[in-house]
Design a protein around this ligand. Structure first.
Ligand code: C5P
Length: 410
């Protein structure tokens, strides 16, 4: 699937001699599918596990292995390429990085394509270590990683788990989606439109407890909110996601799990004190059970039905509006409106009542968009009376457009 941030980005992927190199093949493939131009460098040890042809097949580009090789399958002679490889690159990612390569990079060795490229390159350096047993925690490895981090390299911690050797510990290479998440974050930190801005996003339908096992909720899947969080990360923002659902959290976001509207309100008011923007994509229940039973409500022989009395929930955006009058933060507030009739009229009055900068309105009667779907068709209203009608498209793309509007307002 294409990823806007990765499209036409030149990523030099350096793979070193760890069994985890098989995961780097999948990574190279997924990055290429996402639109990136992936130039792979392999150390000698990496070629003991996988052949250059494997990477060449998934990236469709030459693979660089030997500093002295003059014919590189149609690519540049490698002793010249290392300069070009580094110079034009958006990112040099060493995945997986062995203890040996980490040591060489820390000391500035220059005896193979990878180490020479690392010295010639001026792009950010991302290092994801992968090694067996106790090697990762060894002082020598940690000291070398410390040196690299001090020089500005992004170091990603390996995961805990079982190694190929059967040992268990910290040193496993994360899976592809996690690696891509880190790569996105690294790229976004270079020139995102929301660099150093703090954005709070809410996602999912609130869950209003009836008793310890039951709740009242709605059909919101949270997909739009999570897509917004990823789009904000891709724009370089610091993102807090306040969510009622359990979807994979975009790498780099701080997650605050909540259930009820009241919990969500507390989290929003707390985080918004320091936020530049709030995007309320959550479907907050307007009503909640007036009392929550301490114990599970039991049916009895003669029970015909159950009446649950409901009471009004606080309107989170209205409480944010009040706070904003004192703090002047968040500077930009975005609301969502899910309407089944009179979409634009209802949306316009909501925008004014809740003092929003932008309101994203969607028609929930559409069967090809909205709740639970991967696509959305929305209209973005702004406080100056403007309307931007977006055609049916992925929630990812809709999110990018909303995030760009927020960036413009900030
Ligand atoms: O008034 P309505 O619920 O249609 O407004 C929708 C917008 O208001 C959404 O952005 C939603 O997250 C927010 N909202 C809120 N507090 C509520 C209900 C909705 O902040 N109690």
């Amino acid at each position: 699937m294409a990823i806007t941030l990765l499209t036409h980005k030149r990523i030099v992927l350096a793979v070193t001699g760890s069994i985890a190199v098989y995961k780097a093949v999948d990574l190279a493939s997924k990055l290429t599918q996402a639109g990136a131009l992936v130039d792979v460098i392999m150390t000698d040890a990496a070629q003991q596990f996988v052949t250059p042809l494997t990477f060449q097949s998934v990236t469709g580009r030459p693979v660089y292995t030997d500093l002295w090789q003059t014919d590189n399958s149609g690519g540049l002679p490698t002793h010249i390429a290392h300069v070009g490889l580094g110079e034009g690159a958006d990112l040099l990612a060493v995945i997986p990085a062995t203890a040996n390569t980490i040591a060489k990079l820390a000391f500035g060795f220059a005896d193979d394509v990878l180490s020479v490229t690392a010295l010639a390159a001026r792009c950010p350096l991302l290092i994801v270590p992968a090694m067996d047993g106790g090697m990762y925690s060894h002082q020598a490895v940690q000291a070398n990683l410390g040196t690299l981090a001090m020089r500005g390299a992004y170091i990603i911690e390996p995961e805990e788990g079982r190694f190929a050797s059967g040992l268990v510990g910290k040193g496993r290479l994360p899976e592809t989606p996690t690696l891509i998440g880190h790569i996105r974050r690294c790229l976004a930190q270079q020139h995102g439109s929301l660099l150093n801005r703090h954005v709070v996003i809410t996602a999912g339908g609130t869950r209003e407890a009836i008793d310890p096992v039951r709740f009242v909720s709605n059909h919101s899947s949270g997909k739009q909110g999570y897509a917004l969080a990823q789009a904000a990360i891709d724009a370089g923002a610091i993102v807090t996601l306040i969510s009622t659902v359990n979807l994979p959290t975009p790498i780099g976001t701080t997650l605050i799990p909540v259930n009820s509207a009241q919990e969500m309100q507390a989290a929003v008011l707390e985080t918004c004190q320091h936020a530049d923007a709030l995007i309320m994509a959550a479907a907050v229940a307007d009503f909640r059970p007036a009392t929550v039973a301490d114990q599970k409500i039991k049916k009895k022989e003669d029970t015909e039905g159950l009446t649950v009395e409901m009471t009004r929930n606080p309107d989170i955006l209205l409480s944010v509006k009040q706070r904003r009058e004192e703090l002047h933060l968040p500077r930009v507030v975005v609301g969502f409106a899910a309407e089944s009739e009179h979409l634009l009229d209802n949306a316009q009055s909501k925008l004014q009542r809740k003092a929003l900068d932008l309101l994203v309105a969607n028609d929930i009667t559409a069967t090809d968009a909205g709740f639970g779907s991967d696509d959305n068709r929305v209209v973005i209203l702004d406080k100056d009376g403007g309307t931007q009608r977006l055609e049916l498209q992925s929630k990812e793309r809709v999110s990018e457009i909303i995030i760009e509007r927020v960036a413009t307002l900030l």
